[in-house]
Design a protein around this ligand. Structure first.
Ligand code: PLP
Ligand code: ZN
Length: 418
């Protein structure tokens, strides 16, 4: 319900009214992603964080007053956001940190943080009167759009997904009744096809790094982390990075809170990439300008963070540079090992791309990038049930036993349980 002051290009000093452009800056093309900015002085005088904390909305719409929607805007009925923030003292102890929190965004309706972006994009699509919304996705953004779309019968959903996406993710799309195009190619190819088709058919494009409303939806995870910690930002917020849209959303959420004076500093953002999909980590280390970032072939078990040319690279590099944060990379072996370790230390079952964040935090601590007296929030971006095959490969054990009491006793003894 916040009135948008302007859309501002991340590359040049280009500014637009909210109805002037829909996607990226016309002058800077696909690299010219836009920030949705508000009249913060006005918001400071209108809004009160304690009043907001008294909201009974147990979902992301408790922050509607910080979102780019008209007061009368209709929002999808599925309850997205306001996911749990857990204290994880055993992780803190293991890593030698003052405190560690886990923001469990796998608890969203379709099982990933992507629901936050899809919810706001669909609200905007309804406001603009579109009847078809489309996205390309490695799986989770598509599931989010399909699920939120199923709760919003006014719009049809068309999904472009690589045919190689995990079976559970494709099943999810079909169950929700989306029109699914299984592209025989990479995510990046599916992405370009989706953009061209949206333009040709005049469909609303939810695509990451193209539609600025995705960042505004994802920023709600930062608003929640701050509110759940009584408006104190942690020292570091860690998240895995593929296209760079989530880390950009985290930055924007904390940025908005700084502008409002509701938190007194920005947390450092720690971006975690897979070694086999590390375009942003390398660009950060080399101090590259977003304009000079090049496409690279990728290979990782963490399908949700595989991106040859991160679509939100300009915002994602800015997010980490401006917060004095950094990027680290982790191997597939580290990601695989992190799945059970993270689950057993926190109770949160994360898909590979989300467990990668825990692996990356361990790496950052051992590299001396985080001090022992600091507090860290791990954003767990997707539910482990999204990729059961991979989870199964990360563990062994289970004792086969005949359906017989005596056999159970023998098995318990040999397992050392009794
Ligand atoms: C999309 C996704 C990410 C990475 O987000 P980007 O915006 O692409 O950087 C990480 N984890 C999960 C589970 C995701 O679905
Ligand atoms: Zn521009």
């Amino acid at each position: 319900m916040a009135e948008v002051k302007e859309l501002r290009c991340v590359i040049g000093d280009c500014r637009f009214g909210v109805d002037e452009v829909s996607y990226t800056c016309p002058a800077h093309g696909e690299l010219g992603t836009l920030d949705i900015l508000y009249d913060y002085a006005a918001l400071r005088s209108q809004l009160d964080r304690d009043e907001l904390s008294a909201s009974s909305a147990a979902n992301c719409w408790r922050y509607k007053s910080l979102m780019p929607l008209a007061p009368e805007a209709v929002v999808p009925p599925l309850s997205v956001g306001w996911t749990p923030l857990y204290d994880a003292p055993r992780i803190a102890q293991k890593l030698g940190l003052r405190s560690v929190y886990v923001k469990d965004d796998g608890a969203n309706p379709t099982g990933s943080l992507k629901d936050r972006a899809s919810a706001l994009v669909l609200a905007r699509a309804l406001e603009l009167g579109f009847s078809t919304v489309s996205t390309a996705s490695t799986g989770n953004a598509a599931a989010a759009l399909a699920g939120l779309g199923a709760s919003t019968p006014e719009v049809d959903i068309v999904i472009f997904v690589p045919a190689s996406a995990p079976a559970a993710k494709i099943a999810q799309l079909l169950v929700y009744g989306a029109h699914v195009l299984l592209v025989e190619g990479s995510y990046d190819e599916a992405f370009d096809l989706c953009l061209e088709t949206c333009a040709a058919q005049s469909w609303y494009s939810r695509n990451t790094g193209v539609n600025p409303y995705t960042t505004e939806g994802k920023k709600t995870v930062a608003l929640e982390i701050a509110e759940q910690l009584n408006w104190r930002a942690p020292d570091v917020v860690a998240v895995s990075v593929g296209d760079g849209s989530i880390i950009s959303g985290l930055y924007k959420g904390f940025y908005d809170l700084r502008q409002l004076g509701w938190i007194n500093r920005m947390p450092r953002l720690l971006g975690v990439q897979a070694e086999g999909s590390a375009v942003l980590a390398k660009a950060f280390d080399q101090g590259l300008d977003p304009l000079d970032v090049k496409r690279e072939a990728v290979a990782t078990i963490a399908d949700s963070i595989a991106s040859e040319l991160p679509r939100d690279r300009a915002k994602a590099l800015r997010a980490v540079r401006r917060t004095d944060g950094c990027y680290v990379t982790v191997s597939d072996a580290m990601i695989q090992a992190a799945i059970p370790e993270f689950a057993q230390l926190s109770g949160v079952f994360a898909e590979p791309a989300a467990a990668a964040t825990y692996a990356g935090l361990k790496r950052a601590v051992s590299a001396g990038l985080i001090d022992g007296d600091e507090s860290v929030c791990i954003v767990s971006t997707g539910n482990g049930l999204k990729d059961v095959d991979r989870a199964r490969k990360s563990v062994s054990g289970g004792t086969r036993v005949a359906a017989d009491r005596a056999a159970v006793e023998v098995a318990l003894k040999s397992a050392g349980l009794v």
